[in-house]
Write a protein that binds this ligand. Structure first.
Ligand code: ADP
Ligand code: ADP
Length: 542
């Protein structure tokens, strides 16, 4: 097998597929006999942003520890004491030579942003300002606080901040350092699209204007595309070995990744390609309405936040995407539908069974994954359930683990499975992409889509990953307004109108990659950006 498929090759191409190079190449680092091995290394470059695209558990942290000089890679000789001279010999004549020399000479200093920002409150006592002031080595703090909109919470205790606020504080704290090499392990979790784009711009400015080397891991492909100059694709067998390819242009790297085939390496990393529709899906004849709801209103407390919802119809068997900035009322609407909240105006008198996956997942029971899931569905373990749910969500490897021991991405996959495994009229998923790596997003997207198609099930999905939304949704509900103050939800719209409505608010246009038709964010004020804004076409080409 080539490491992707568990059994025999399902497509007749095995002879043109290389086996991952574990067999014939020496690793960069091996932790021990039969332990994880890393092949290749990313190449940080001053003045530029280098991306890594690939699953978790593939050796990114190992690579960064080597690049930061915290660990001398052993080149596979785990019994010997490794030396930088040997590493230099290995990389002499490659793009890494210069960098490795500087690491050997102790000349590289590093700043890093951790992947799980939720852990920060456990490690730091004090306000956001205390944290930021301690890291402000370049005198850039005020500008970061302003552009990342941290001002309203900067004097609050770190432990009271939301995920999105922590993410922005962590970014500011990392970027404000005065170092040679910056490593950012995911910037997008908990951020809405506007915040993701701002974060990407700040990182680019740091690399370009200050001539720093930046390495990022990012699973939101539209953002990675905007952020990185060059890209390493990482593949392999998470936990067993990982291969980091030579650098590719960011455009080619993402295109090859989506195609599922790396040309230089002659390596297939996925059986089928991921493709995007160039044109907005045609208006289809609608199935039966599932629900028709009236105009709704809901406010909290003394009207600190108020939401109004335009009346609309949700059809049987559709996937309805829900988009909008953070703090605009999306979760509030979800809770109105589930009956957890009662509207101040308008009646939701439908008797629908709703299966709901909230944004913050609470499945912390002392119970194994298999016991938990089999308590939800008697389909558990059937070949049908395995094909539709367990395999695409990669649950088999974690069935025997305890719910309390799962990582963020593992909990997310179990929660999506639990939501889809219930008998319901409407499935409501709040941010299913959170904590998933890029391959898991792809798999989860197709599991949700297929589930909707095969069961004539109606699904509502709230998410910020625009590629995921494009691949998932039949129609869109768009939220606008002023976050934390007032929100407005549109009626469900066709994809073209919905994308235009949503992106014009953000002032972002997308062009199409010539080769793959993949949507790419335009440079602000570029010719295409201006033309498309004039024509009112923010997403789908004419
Ligand atoms: P990533 O950052 O891509 O998630 P890591 O570099 O953290 O991956 O880890 C890759 C693999 O190496 C994991 O399976 C991890 O368990 C293993 N690993 C990490 N550190 C050690 C170590 N000191 N000894 C043995 N295995 C390790
Ligand atoms: P979104 O899901 O779009 O991020 P939410 O619906 O979670 O937005 O929240 C919208 C606004 O309502 C936010 O300002 C939030 O702080 C506020 N809010 C949410 N729940 C409550 C509550 N139970 N009491 C008071 N305010 C709330």
């Amino acid at each position: 097998t080539c490491g992707i498929c568990v059994e025999k090759c399902p497509f007749d191409a095995i002879e043109i597929i290389n086996l991952p190079s574990e067999l014939d190449e020496e690793p960069t680092h091996r932790y021990g006999e039969n332990a994880f091995s890393l092949y290749g290394l990313p190449v940080p470059e001053s003045g530029s942003v280098t991306g890594i695209l690939g699953p978790n558990g593939i050796g990114k942290t190992t690579a960064v520890r080597a690049l930061a000089g915290e660990m001398v890679p052993n080149l596979g000789n785990y019994d010997d004491d490794p030396t930088w001279e040997a590493v230099l010999d290995r990389f002499r004549g490659t793009e890494l030579q210069n960098y490795v020399e500087r690491v050997r000479d102790g000349e590289v200093s590093i700043a890093r942003k951790p992947q799980y920002v939720d852990q920060i409150p456990k490690q730091f006592d004090g306000t956001a300002r205390d944290l930021l002031e301690a890291t402000d080595e370049r005198g850039a703090l005020d500008s970061y606080i302003d552009r990342l909109d941290i001002g309203p919470v900067v004097d609050n205790d770190i432990e009271t901040l939301s995920g999105g606020e922590l993410q922005r504080v962590a970014l500011a704290a990392t970027l404000a350092r005065d170092r040679d090499f910056y490593f950012l392990d995911e910037i997008s979790p908990y951020l809405d699209i506007g915040q993701r784009v701002t974060a990407a711009r700040l990182i680019r400015e740091l690399a370009e204007d200050e001539d720093r080397a930046v390495l990022v891991v990012e699973h939101d492909l539209a953002i990675l595309d905007l952020l990185a100059d060059t890209l390493h694709v990482a593949y392999g067998e998470p936990g067993a070995y990982g291969v980091i390819t030579d650098p590719k242009s960011v455009r080619n790297g993402i295109n090859e990744y989506l195609k599922g085939y790396l040309s230089n390496e002659n390596m297939r990393i996925r059986p089928e390609a991921i493709t995007f529709e160039e044109h907005a899906p045609r208006e289809t004849t609608k199935a039966e309405p599932l629900v028709e709801y009236p105009d709704l209103a809901k406010s909290y407390g003394d009207g600190e936040f108020s939401l109004d919802v335009e009346s609309g119809t949700i059809y049987n068997g559709e996937v309805l995407g829900i988009v909008g900035p953070n703090g605009i009322g999306k979760s509030t609407l979800a809770q109105l539908f589930t009956g957890d909240l009662t509207p101040d105006m308008g009646d939701l008198d439908f008797a629908l069974d709703i299966s709901y996956k909230p944004q913050y997942i609470e499945i912390d029971q002392p119970m194994r994954v298999d016991a938990f899931l089999s308590s939800i569905t008697d389909q558990f373990g059937s070949s049908y359930w395995n094909t539709e749910i367990a395999n695409p969500l990669q649950l088999n490897r974690i069935m025997e683990r305890n719910l309390t021991d799962l990582s963020g991405g593992e909990r997310q996959r179990v929660a999506i499975a639990a939501c889809l495994s219930q008998d319901a009229d409407l499935y409501l998923l709040d941010e299913p992409s959170a904590h998933l790596d890029v391959e898991q997003r792809v798999q989860a997207t197709s599991a949700i889509r297929r589930y909707a198609e095969n069961h004539d099930a109606t699904v509502m999905v709230i998410d910020h990953d625009i590629y995921m939304m494009d691949l998932l949704a039949d129609r869109l509900m768009v939220f606008d307004g002023e976050p934390s103050i007032e929100g407005h939800a549109s009626k469900p719209q066709e994809m073209r109108d919905g994308m235009n409505d949503f992106l014009s608010d953000l002032d972002i246009t997308f062009r199409r990659d010539e080769r793959t038709q993949r949507p790419r964010i335009n440079k602000p004020d570029s010719q295409l950006d201006r033309e498309q804004k004039r024509a009112g076409e923010y997403y789908y080409a004419e």
